[in-house]
Ligand binder design. Structure first.
Ligand code: FNR
Length: 181
């Protein structure tokens, strides 16, 4: 049976290219992985002060991650590092101390950028945080998608065949990675 994957999109922008990439990956994974975007834009900023009486949004988010078989992150790079909303989601999922929802869930990271560098720095910063919260990350293939403003048509579908082919390769490799756990 297809495993359930929680997809985290690091951009909150309505017309986000990363969201479009995530949606393309969801489409390419059909019948192989059940991938669903879990929204992170509504999560109050993490503070230990709220641990005793956590916001409902935190609890709902933690439950969704808990029930997923794996994690896919699709994110931009902000100022050469992790967008704040994504880091907040990682922090929310990691607490209260001793009750993190992340450990042992296989994961993968895709970054994209309007520049040709494809979010390389953010990709590795995201990996750093997930290593600490004990998410085993797929190492290859890596995904740094550059020139993201040029790879989609009006309908939000990939117009560059090489990119679509690469995303299919990535999804298929991720499916194999998830099956190992
Ligand atoms: C950016 N952008 C950007 N790009 C990049 O390659 N490296 C970077 O460090 C940054 N820094 C950065 C900071 C902030 C605050 C913003 C808003 C943007 C540009 C970024 O690649 C571009 O806006 C993408 O389109 C963002 O992804 P979404 O929103 O399209 O998914």
């Amino acid at each position: 049976m297809a495993k359930n994957i929680a997809v985290l999109v690091g951009s909150l922008r309505k017309d986000s290219y990363n969201r479009k990439i995530a949606n393309e990956m969801i489409r390419l994974a059909e019948g192989k992985l059940n991938m669903e975007i879990i929204e992170i834009g509504n999560l109050p900023l993490y503070s230990e002060d709220l641990d005793e009486n956590p916001p409902l949004q935190w609890t709902a988010f933690r439950q969704k991650i808990q029930s997923a078989d794996g994690i896919l992150v699709v994110s931009p790079e902000y100022n050469r590092t992790i967008p704040g909303a994504l880091k907040n989601a990682i922090d929310v999922g990691s607490r209260p101390y001793g009750s993190s929802v992340w450990p042992g869930k296989p994961g993968a990271v895709v970054t994209s950028s309007v520049s040709s560098l494809g979010g390389l720095a953010a990709n590795h910063h995201i990996r750093q945080a997930f290593v600490f919260v004990d998410v085993p990350l797929m190492q290859q293939p890596e995904a740094y998608i550059g020139n993201s403003s040029k790879i989609f048509g009006e309908d939000g579908k990939t117009v560059v065949p090489d990119t679509e082919k690469f995303l299919q390769t990535f999804v298929d490799a991720f499916q194999k990675w998830v099956e190992k756990f």
